[in-house]
Design a protein around this ligand. Sequence first.
Ligand code: APR
Length: 382
Amino acid sequence: LTADVLICGAGPAGLVLGNMLRADGIRCLIVERQSRAHVEQRARAGFLAENSVRILTENGLAEGLHANGKRHDTCAFRGDHGEFELKYSELGRGEVHTVYPQQDLVRDLIAQFIDRGGEIRFDTTVVKVDPHDAVLVLDDGTTLSGRFVAGCDGQHGVSRQAVPAKVLQRDHGVTWLALLAEAPPSMAAVTYAIHPNGFAGHMARTQKITRYYLQVPQGTDATTWSDEKVWAELHTRLRAHQYGSLKTGMIIERRVVDMTSHVLEPIQHGCVFLAGDSASLISPSAAKGANLALMAAEVLAKALARQINSGDSQRLTHYSAAVLPRIWRAQEFSHWMINLLHSPAGDDGHALFMRSLQRARLESLRDNRAHQDYFAENYIGI
Ligand code: APR
C-alpha cells in the first residue's frame, strides 16, 4: 500500500484535504499532473467566504491569508437605474470576503503539506482510477494502491469517470471574457455593470492586478479582443463618463468562459470520493467554486479520519448526501445571480420582458432590506 488516501490533484480541494489528513496522522499522497511552478503561478479565483477562512484558520493554514489577504465587504450595481452599493458586512449575517489570490493560497498549502510530512508527485498524470481496489494507474504505466481515493482533479480530471453518476447540467447561454489587467483596481467595491451592450464586472485582486469580465457572444475568439478594444468596452459598460475613468494597464490574461454548471449525483462510489470541481462545476457569477471545494474537502477529511482512525464509517457513507444539498444551495444562488446580471439583447417582446424583470429585480435589491439580507447571506454563505 502506497498510502491510506491517494489524492488526485493539487488544487484547493486536494491540498486542504491532504493537510487535514496529515494533521490527523493519516498517510496520504497527492498526484498532480502539472509542475509545482505551474500550480503555484496559476491565477484563478480569489474571493474567500468566511466559511473558507474558518476552515483554513482552524487547520493552521491561514498564516499567509491573514497576513496578506484583504477584507472586502461591499459590492455595487451600475446600470441605467444609476448606481447602488450593498455593504454586506452590515446585511444578513454580517459576513465579509477575504481577497487572497488562489495561487498564493496554493503555494501556502503545498508548503504546509510538505512540512506535515505529506508527499506530492508533480508532473504525474493519473490516467485511470479503479473504484473497487483504490488503485491509480499513472501515465508511465505504473500503479499506486491505497485504501481510499479522493478525486480532487477538477472538471477535466479522470476520477469522476470512476463514479457512475448522473450528470445534471445547464448551459446558461451566457459567455464571459475573463480578463486580468496589470492595473490597480479602479473602484473600492466589486462592481457589476448592466448595460445594453452586455454585462461588465470589476473585481479588485491586488494593488497591481484587477480582474474584469465582459459578456461576449458565444463562440468569441479571445484573441480578437485587443487591449484597446477591451478598455474601450469596459469604459462604455462601466459608464466611465459618469463614474470616472478606469485605471488601465496591460491585459495579461484573456480567456473565454461559457457559463455552464453541472453537478454529479452521487459524488462517491466504492473507494472513490469526489471533491471540488470534479464533483460540481459552478458558473463564476458568484465566485463560489473555490469555496465549495474547501467546504467539501473539510467534510471529506473528517469522514476519512473517522473511518481510518476509529473504524466508524457513518460519515463516509453519507459524504455525498451531506455535501450535495450545500452544492445545490450555491448552484441556486449562482443561477439567480446570472439572471440578475444578464438579459437577452434585442427589441423583441421576449427580450423587453426579460429586461424589465431584470430592472424590477435590481430595484427590489436596491430598495428592500429583506431582499438585501437574502442576497448577503447567499453571496458569502456556503
Ligand atoms: N492527474 C493528476 N492531476 C490532475 C489530473 C490528472 N488526470 N487532472 C487534473 N489534475 C490536476 C490539475 O492540474 C489541478 O491542479 O488537478 C488539480 C485540480 O485543481 P482545481 O482545478 O483547482 O480544482 P479544485 O481543487 O476542485 O478547486 C476548484 O478552485 O481553481 C479553482 O476555479 C477553480 O474555483 C475552482 C476551484
